[in-house]
Design a protein around this ligand. Structure first.
Ligand SMILES: *Cc1c(COP(=O)(O)O)cnc(C)c1O
Length: 226
């Protein structure tokens, strides 16, 4: 298996290729390196190869890594977010991809105000309506449109989705279309689409993803569940 810096370069090349396919600027797509279950040493190695944005899905697992790693890393929270973890997550992470209800968005907005922060957030949508997955349903999202502009202490970047593996590309397109509708109905600019993982990020880029969340294709197979 090639080393981490070669894999990182390979991923960047594939993102650029998917951008070329779809007439997009590679500078408009960010690579988020998902380091959950991997040790701080693996993050350091990717950092040394030039990577700066890392994603973690559990606050308790991330905290000791954040503690010892370089301060200029941009940490993104991508896991299920419980209310009792919100304050700590705001302390360590600058972007939150997993805001899955209006109630959580409102709570986050309140706590961010108290903490003097303004995190960038993505609203997670369960775009295919899968029973096993969390997130806003498309209907809930559109119902929330009127309330979103009142949230002053979060910068709502756009939508995040984790579609089914089969036919993922169609669901990436559906996420983009939903984002377009939410922009119209809320009056907010929502440029961000957090879509695509190791197995499907090129299709996500072809459908407009602005940030791909890639774990195993960079760090290798995870040996224990996240
Ligand atoms: C683990 C995880 C990823 C990365 O998955 P890979 O298939 O290893 O690339 C991306 N997004 C979320 C929300 C995750 O939990």
């Amino acid at each position: 298996m090639p080393g981490l810096s070669e894999r990182l370069a390979g991923l960047r090349g594939r993102i650029a290729g998917a951008c070329r396919d779809s007439g997009r600027d590679p500078g408009d797509v960010e690579l988020l390196a998902v380091s959950k279950t991997f040790p701080a040493s693996a993050v350091q190695e990717a950092y040394d190869a030039g990577q700066r944005a890392f994603g973690e899905s559990r606050q308790q697992e991330a905290a000791p890594k954040i503690e010892v790693l370089p301060r200029d890393i941009r940490w993104h929270f991508i896991g299920g977010l419980q209310r009792n973890k919100v304050r700590k997550v705001l302390g360590g992470f600058e972007v939150i991809h997993s805001v899955d209800s209006l109630r959580l968005a409102e709570y986050l907005d309140r706590v961010a105000g108290e903490e003097g922060k303004r995190p960038r957030v993505f609203l997670e949508v369960n775009v295919a309506g899968e029973a096993s997955k969390g997130g806003f349903s498309p209907e809930e999202l559109l119902e929330a449109a009127g309330a979103l502009p009142d949230l002053r202490n979060v910068e709502i970047s756009g939508l995040m989705s984790i579609p089914p593996e089969t036919d993922a590309r169609r669901w990436f397109a559906a996420t983009r279309e939903l984002r377009d509708r939410l922009e119209k109905e809320s009056g907010l600019g929502l440029p961000g689409l957090s879509m695509g993982m190791s197995g499907d990020f090129e299709d996500a880029v072809r459908e407009g993803s602005t940030i791909v969340r890639v774990g195993s294709a960079l760090f290798g197979q995870r040996e224990y569940p996240e």
